[in-house]
Ligand binder design. Structure first.
Ligand code: DON
Length: 574
């Protein structure tokens, strides 16, 4: 900072605090952004601001969530979307809850072996990109369903900030410019419609501060705002999707789009140390696995052992291993398969699982799951975004949605300006083969027409004695459930505030492959050495997840917006 600015900094800070106080919030680096008038916390500052503008207009948390989601479809194209799907958990001030399932579905022409080559191997290229990779998008129907049920402001009012961002354009962050440059050189560069939508006009590389205008996306958003979700599922946008699919060997038809319905489901709930955990039921594995892990962990005194002791990490990994094995065994679309959610989330069941954890030895994943492991394989090589919203009346929303990989299938619908997901890869692609590399072949999650693929997305709301305590969630594929576990445990077991819980280093184990991954620098040498002695195969990685969170201080009742500082463009807005 220049010396003159350094001298003036306290003065500017005072003005900022006074200004903030007038509209309901203040910012503290240790705790997050405090507000009594509501908060929106997301991975994109522009999208958080869009959501907060709806709160200031008198919209409730669902209005703000819908506005934030559509804005993310503009400002955060790697995961924000109208061509993908996701889940939303709502808790009303009365304590009543709802779960909205807008997960993508397999097209009616899909078949269980559609991603296998002639030799029976999974052709991962087909689920990684291109026209065979997308499931039927659910986002627009899902957001419309949530808005119809709970929204206060008019639909087109709620979509207005997103339409404006796309029509007038916005200034790119460094991470968006870099991400798009990389994509346009790589996979997105292979699809002319994607280059047309996201390439820099006149050619060349995007740079931080460049204005990007998304004119076809703006037209699509304006049609959805003016004519409702049918513009997407039955109108000209549906025509564009179906024509593009037909011209390029894809499976999604007008019939698929017209038939798509979002669903309201009953939340899955659990209890942990006096807190109530409210999360997403199948077709997400998130809520069920999270509650199963917490139930196992309740049998141990982790607090006494310490957050990063070898004992605590060992027990956490063993809980992860067992819950992810059950995920592989049992979970899929509940409209197609009977899933034993009540048993998997029961305290009795967890006690049994806890009882066979050895105090100082890693279990063997293959041994525990020998009834379903059929082959040995190399490790599977491996965006989603979560945001949290709270309004002044205490209505809470946790929403996680995705295109699956960053920029999904890399395919932009010609003339409609949005990216399609590559969610079909979340199905079990090779019937019967569950291997040590992480592929799962059990029946609950095999491909079938109209079926939803299993997800790990874990939007969660935590309460205590009927009062809100935490709203959180994360991206990260199968790591999501463990990222959320780490944040929830931080608050409920280790007494951290929201900022501490979000900043804390995370770990991941998903049953198979049998490796435990820690965020770099989180693991003291001696702890690592002890874990290795117990038999763990340890890996380090840059960062795990992106958990934009709202934390409510139990003493003061103050709500704090805690953006995850792992992502550069994130913000808590009010
Ligand atoms: O639904 C799921 O579990 C995955 N498709 C989410 C993908 C994801 O989080 C990728 N992001 N980093």
């Amino acid at each position: 900072m220049k010396p003159v600015l350094r001298l003036l900094a306290p003065f500017f800070l005072c003005i900022a605090l006074v200004a903030n106080a007038q509209i309901g919030g203040t910012s503290s680096p240790d705790q997050g952004v405090a507000s009594t008038t509501g908060l929106v916390v997301s991975t994109s500052a522009l999208a958080s601001d869009a959501g907060a503008s709806i709160l200031r207009k008198g919209g409730n948390a669902v209005d703000a969530a819908v506005a934030t989601a559509f804005a993310l479809a503009v400002t955060h194209p790697t995961a924000g979307n109208i061509g993908g799907g996701g889940f939303m958990i709502v808790r009303r001030p009365s304590g009543k809850t709802a779960a909205f399932d807008y997960r993508e579905k397999a097209p009616l022409k899909s078949t269980p072996g559609m991603y296998l080559d002639a030799g029976g191997a999974i052709n991962r290229r087909l689920t990684a990109e291109g026209y065979l990779a997308p499931g039927v998008p659910g986002t627009v129907r899902g957001l419309a369903l949530a808005h119809k049920k709970f929204g206060k402001l008019r639909w087109n009012e709620v979509l207005a900030p997103a339409v404006q961002l796309a029509e007038e354009g916005f200034l790119m962050s460094r991470s968006l410019a870099n991400g798009l440059n990389q994509q346009l050189k790589g996979a997105m560069g292979r699809y002319p419609s994607s280059v047309e939508a996201y390439g820099k006009p006149g050619g060349g590389q995007w740079a931080e501060g460049d204005r990007i205008v998304l004119k076809d996306l703006a037209r699509s958003l304006r049609a959805i705002a003016d004519d409702g979700p049918d513009a997407f599922y039955k109108g000209w946008i549906a025509d564009r999707i179906a024509e593009d699919m037909q011209a390029n060997g894809g499976l999604i038809t007008r019939k698929d789009l017209a038939a798509y319905k979002a669903k309201e489901r009953k939340v899955v709930t659990g209890r942990f140390r006096g807190y109530e955990i409210i999360s997403m039921p199948p077709p997400s594995s998130g809520g069920t696995a999270l509650i199963e892990m917490l139930n196992i962990l309740e049998n141990f005194d982790l607090k006494k052992s310490g957050r990063y002791s070898a004992e605590t990490l060992h027990i956490m990994v063993e809980a992860m291993r067992r819950a992810y094995l059950d995920r592989a065994r049992h979970l899929g679309d509940p409209d197609f398969t009977k899933i034993p959610v009540a048993r998997l989330t029961s305290k009795d069941y967890a006690r049994g699982l806890a009882a066979n954890i050895l105090p100082d030895r890693a279990s063997s994943s293959v041994e525990l799951g020998k009834d379903i492991v059929t082959a040995v394989a190399d490790d599977e090589s491996e965006e989603t975004t979560h945001f949290s919203v709270l309004d002044r009346d205490g209505m809470a929303v946790a929403n996680t949605f995705t295109l699956e990989a960053g920029y999904g299938s890399k395919v932009v619908v010609k003339g409609a300006g949005f990216l399609l997901n590559n969610e079909m890869g979340d199905f079990n692609k090779k019937p019967g083969e569950t291997n040590t590399g992480g592929d799962i072949g059990t029946s609950a999650n095999l491909i079938a027409p109209g079926k939803r693929m299993l997800s790990s997305m874990t939007p969660v709301i935590v309460t205590r004695n009927g009062k809100l305590a935490l709203i959180t969630g994360s991206p990260g594929g199968r790591t999501i459930i463990n990222t959320v576990l780490c944040i929830v445990l931080g608050v409920t077991e280790f007494g951290m505030n929201g900022r501490e819980a979000v900043d804390s280093a995370r770990l991941h184990h998903q049953w198979l492959p049998d490796n435990v991954t820690f965020e770099e620098s989180s693991l003291p040498e001696d702890v690592s050495a002890r874990l290795k002695l117990m038999g763990y195969n340890i890996r380090l990685q840059g960062r795990q997840g992106d958990g934009h969170t709202i934390y409510i201080d139990p003493q003061s009742g103050m709500a704090y917006g805690v953006n995850d500082r792992r992502s550069a463009d994130s913000k808590a807005s009010y």
